[in-house]
Write a protein that binds this ligand. Structure first.
Ligand code: GLN
Length: 479
């Protein structure tokens, strides 16, 4: 057996097909690596054994490929914690739709990865099972909330992973770990069997080492699902087929608000080192024959505030089901039913979800509903309209994925607002339901940590998104 270091789906497929390595050997190679390296990184919460089921499916690019799954997606018969103590011993009773779809390809699941509790966070420091470390510098966070998935792929403890993205949780950790993270259009991928954070925002997406791998995984995930009425009945193209089609003459929009906010307002907080890398990358797109056009998203400055009203509102409703009766942890010393609810939730749910439940319950309460929740819905519509208007003139938009590179563990943990500000470039896409991808575009001149470049496309135009990302990725290799 000759296990190659840092396999992509593509390179592992070649070795498997040539018989240079068997699926079991490939799995063992990753399991051994996890056994030695996970102690330092805490990327995995649960690891699985090699399956007895059929995985050699002819003509499937993913057959025998080992992957990792964020621990908020259900795999039947296995533990699913969502990073919370309240689900510490919860065993999933069915497969999420994405898991069912992956099974048909013969993929092999290595295990479940760490996350901020119920996917609420930006650094994976909010997990009840301890923080995940960034494999490029273990004193730093891997980003979040899919930090376990991003760290697993970046450390080559999996060939690819799935994450969920409510406000950036696939793209942001991908950026901070120097890998590729894709959030599909809202409605592309079923949320059935994903533990809900904010249902009108959540989407599942792949974390991969290359854009081509991202297209391969996306091909499997998409499609209408009778168990998720928000999935659309839309043709799913083969996203790998158009990766090399010309991007010459595409118009690339650069929202001016990404780089400078109106005076007197809270700035986007863009660090110099990220701005430098992103500007160099935009120039690279120009050398590939794209037209660069400055555009405007006038309501961008309200996106973060809108997100942090609308999302906690949905969180407060979605987390009501974790009451100590139906799922997981249950306080044994409750004096009556209400007391059992109180005690189970107080002991089982951590500080960040509690903060959001309280914020959401407040925003939805009568007397405040109009001022907060309803207002946020109106601004959400305006933000969506800004994108629709701007997309009349451009094919894709680009900018930074995050204002800063990976920060030190503990640096922002006590300041929730500082953490929320890290989401400034990612949340607008979830508010508008748009697809986006983060690809690595270099290293910060100060921190020496990876910088993510975000590309945004029109709804359901993942094909163009991946095409631009793939060709830019190839061009960046030659810097
Ligand atoms: N960091 C964002 C938040 O805490 C996004 C989370 C996510 O996408 N799951 O809400």
């Amino acid at each position: 057996m000759t296990a190659n270091k840092n396999y992509t789906i593509k390179s592992a497929r070649e070795d498997l097909d040539k018989g240079q390595i068997s699926a079991q050997e490939l799995f063992n190679y990753y399991r051994d690596k996890i056994n030695t390296e996970n102690k330092n990184l805490n990327a995995y919460l649960t690891v699985f054994d090699f399956p007895n089921s059929k995985f050699l499916i002819p003509n499937s690019l993913l057959a025998g490929i080992p992957c990792a799954i964020k621990d908020n997606m259900l795999i039947k018969g296995t533990r699913t914690t969502a990073g919370s103590k309240i689900l510490e011993n919860y065993i999933a009773s069915y497969d999420a739709t994405v898991i069912k779809k992956l099974r048909t390809t013969g993929v092999v699941f290595l295990g479940k990865t760490n996350l901020d509790e119920f996917a609420m966070g930006t650094s994976t420091e909010n997990s009840a099972y301890g923080p995940t470390k960034n494999p490029l510098d273990i004193s730093r966070v891997p980003g979040g909330s899919s930090g376990g998935s991003a760290a697993a792929v970046a450390a080559d403890l999996a060939i690819f992973a799935l994450g969920s993205d409510t406000g950036g949780s696939v793209r942001q950790p991908a950026a901070m770990c120097g890998i590729v993270g894709l959030k599909p259009t809202y409605g592309r991928v079923s949320r059935h069997g994903l533990i809900a954070m904010a249902s009108s925002f959540d989407q599942i997406g792949p974390l991969t080492k290359t854009v081509e791998d991202s297209a391969i995984v996306l091909n499997t995930l998409c499609g209408h699902d009778i168990f998720d009425s928000t999935t659309v009945k839309k043709e799913v193209p083969d996203f790998t087929a158009t990766l090399n089609d010309s991007i010459k003459d595409l118009t690339i929009g650069v929202p001016k608000e990404f780089f400078a906010m109106p005076t007197g307002r809270q700035g986007a907080g863009l660090s110099l080192e990220v701005a430098e890398c992103v500007k160099t990358t935009i120039a690279k797109l120009e050398t590939l024959g794209c037209k660069i056009k400055e555009i405007s998203l006038p309501n961008f400055e309200y996106a973060l505030a809108t997100y942090y009203i609308a999302v906690p509102s949905e969180v407060s409703a979605n987390l009501a089901r974790f009451d100590g009766i139906r799922y997981g942890y249950s306080a044994q010393d409750g004096e009556n039913l209400i007391d059992t609810y109180f005690k189970s939730r107080t002991e089982g749910i951590g500080p960040e979800p509690i903060r959001r439940i309280m914020l959401g319950a407040h925003a939805l309460s009568s007397g405040y509903y109009d001022a907060y929740y309803l207002k946020a819905q109106k601004v959400r519509a305006l933000i969506k309209k800004d994108f629709d208007d701007a997309f009349k003139d451009v094919d894709v938009m680009v900018g930074p994925t995050t204002p800063n590179t990976a920060f030190k563990i503990g640096e922002k943990a006590s300041d929730p607002l500082a953490l929320y500000l890290e989401d400034i470039y990612t949340v607008p896409l979830n508010l508008a339901g748009l697809p986006g991808i983060s690809i690595p575009c270099g290293f910060g001149s100060q921190s020496q940590m990876p910088v993510g470049f975000q590309i945004i496309a029109k709804p359901f135009d993942e094909a163009t998104l991946l095409r631009v990302a793939h060709q830019l990725e190839q061009a960046l290799k030659t810097i």
